[in-house]
Design a protein around this ligand. Structure first.
Ligand code: GDG
Length: 461
């Protein structure tokens, strides 16, 4: 079995992978089985001129290799091109993209630095697996340095329709770079179709049987919906400590029905629209006053990007307005928590809440939707209300699927969820759970790597 080299923008500490969630666990498992390297940024920023060699840390058969970014790299590559250009555009938000010429240069520069630092660590037979939008040009940088390895790339976020991508600076170059890979994987069939359409429009070559030919290379493409470790998450939700936390949640509030939302505070997650839908529920159904609450956990993220400050202010204002209008001395309708909550507490809260409200405006997959289902009690499961624009909606058909922009529709779905009879809740939950268990994180990782191993050996582009 070939050694695995995983490259991602950030590297999770493998010894803490179980606390960090699905992706870190899936990758840590694959690395432990095959042995290998996990390479990426250590999350630190150093001032110009500071030369810090990559730090290596080996545990068992896995070595993490991390390096810091200079302030300029952090601003131009991470905050700039990755998170102020690619993230909004790939989430269909051209209005939020903030393009500066320096960003493209910074993005190319960091990808080239990553390739320089990674190159000496590679062995001839390694399988290389690159992750996400930060590193679209990395495969092409490695090929330029003469590496003929099998290279796979997986995009965790959506791939936008051709016309939207065409608004991104250097879009042709970015897509062309992906043709230096042997396998390019997406979360959903929609993303895959968008990619194929872009390539056909810009290169005019035919695809066949999962292969796509363009830029003088033929690559394998496919959709590989990411999963979670459903068993482990269910176990986390069913500990004596989780039981105690759920009892506390029920004792401390007069509400009988708890709705929960958990999302990084990101504009792609549809949080203001979600709060408005909850307000509409209270407007339309006064019988729920004092019997329903919404708990929205929204840990901070990318606070150095302006668009993220704006959304935080909007949410704080909405929370105040809703609680001011509907709250009473013995009832706070909306609890908004702008902090990271420990993972076991999150699992307990999912289990203790009767409705999981997951309404991103656009999302690659959305693991929270799967975690909510995995945490439920089979005897008395809650109901998942899910945006049809989350990648997860392609698989999770038995959720109540909603258009997150349509406030009335989401409010009505909440009403259906709150009043759903036990039998229907169980039928829906069983069907969802069966699929989430079958297509778990291991299934995702094994499928991707076996497809990559079956490609013919990468030729230099
Ligand atoms: C990207 C794509 C794709 C959240 N708050 C807390 C916390 N979390 C955990 C959740 C979940 C993870 O973070 C978030 O995953 P999502 O999939 O929901 O979203 P992104 O972070 O945007 O991830 C996404 C994913 O990559 C994987 O491919 O699904 O579409 O955007 O696991 O539980 N964890 C803890 N405390 C919190 O407060 N401990």
């Amino acid at each position: 079995m070939s050694r695995l080299v995983v490259v991602s923008n950030r590297v999770a500490d493998p010894s803490k992978a179980s606390q960090s969630g699905g992706l870190a666990v899936a990758l840590a498992d694959a690395l432990a089985e095959r042995g290998g390297i996990w390479f990426g940024w250590d999350g630190k920023v150093v001032e110009k001129g500071t030369r810090v060699p990559p730090a290596t840390h080996t545990e068992g058969r896995v070595t993490t290799v991390t390096l810091p970014l200079t302030r300029k790299d952090y601003e131009e590559y991470y905050l700039g091109f990755a998170n102020s250009v690619l993230w909004p555009i790939f989430h269909y938000r051209l209005d939020l993209s903030d393009f500066r010429t320096a960003y493209v240069k910074g993005y190319q520069r960091v990808n080239s630095k990553f390739a320089d630092a990674l190159a000496p660590l590679l062995k001839p037979d390694d399988l290389i697996w690159i992750h996400d939008y930060h590193l679209l040009p990395l495969a092409s940088e490695l090929r330029k340095r003469g590496h003929g390895h099998r290279i796979g790339f997986f995009l965790h976020i959506p791939f936008p329709p051709s016309d939207i991508l065409a608004a991104a600076p250097e879009h042709q170059l970015l897509v062309r770079s992906l043709f230096s890979c042997d396998l390019v994987g997406f979360q959903t069939n929609t993303d895959l179709a968008n990619f194929e359409r872009y390539v056909l429009e810009h290169q005019g070559e035919e695809s066949d049987g999962g292969h796509l030919k363009a830029y003088e290379r033929t690559i394998l493409v496919g959709s590989f919906p990411i999963g979670i470790d459903a068993e482990a998450f269910a176990a986390l939700a069913h500990t004596p400590k989780a039981d105690a936390q759920i009892q506390l949640l029920q004792r401390r509030t007069i509400a009988r029905t708890h709705i929960i939302g958990v999302d990084r505070l990101d504009y792609s997650k549809g949080l203001p629209e979600r709060l408005r839908a909850f307000r509409r529920l209270l407007e339309l159904y006064p019988q729920h006053h004092k019997s329903v609450t919404l708990m929205q956990i929204a840990p901070p993220t990318r606070e150095d990007v302006d668009a993220y400050t704006d959304i935080r202010e909007e949410l704080e204002a909405l929370t105040g307005a809703i609680n001011g209008r509907y709250g009473d001395f013995d009832w706070t309708p909306l609890r908004y928590i702008h902090r990271t909550i420990p993972r076991p507490t999150l699992a307990a809260l999912f289990r203790g809440c009767q409705v999981g409200l997951v309404t991103p405006l656009r999302d690659g997959m959305n693991l929270v939707a799967k975690e909510y289902v995995a945490a439920q009690d089979l005897n008395d499961p809650g109901v998942l209300v899910l945006s049809k624009f989350a990648g997860a909606a392609e698989e999770l058909k038995e959720a109540l699927l909603v258009n997150p922009y349509d406030i009335d529709e989401v409010a009505e779905a909440l009403e259906v969820a709150i009043t759903m009879p036990l039998k229907e809740r169980q039928e829906r939950n069983n069907a969802l759970l069966e699929r989430i268990r079958r297509h778990d994180a291991r299934y995702w990782q094994e499928n991707f790597l076996s497809a990559l191993e079956q490609t013919s050996l990468g030729a230099a582009a």
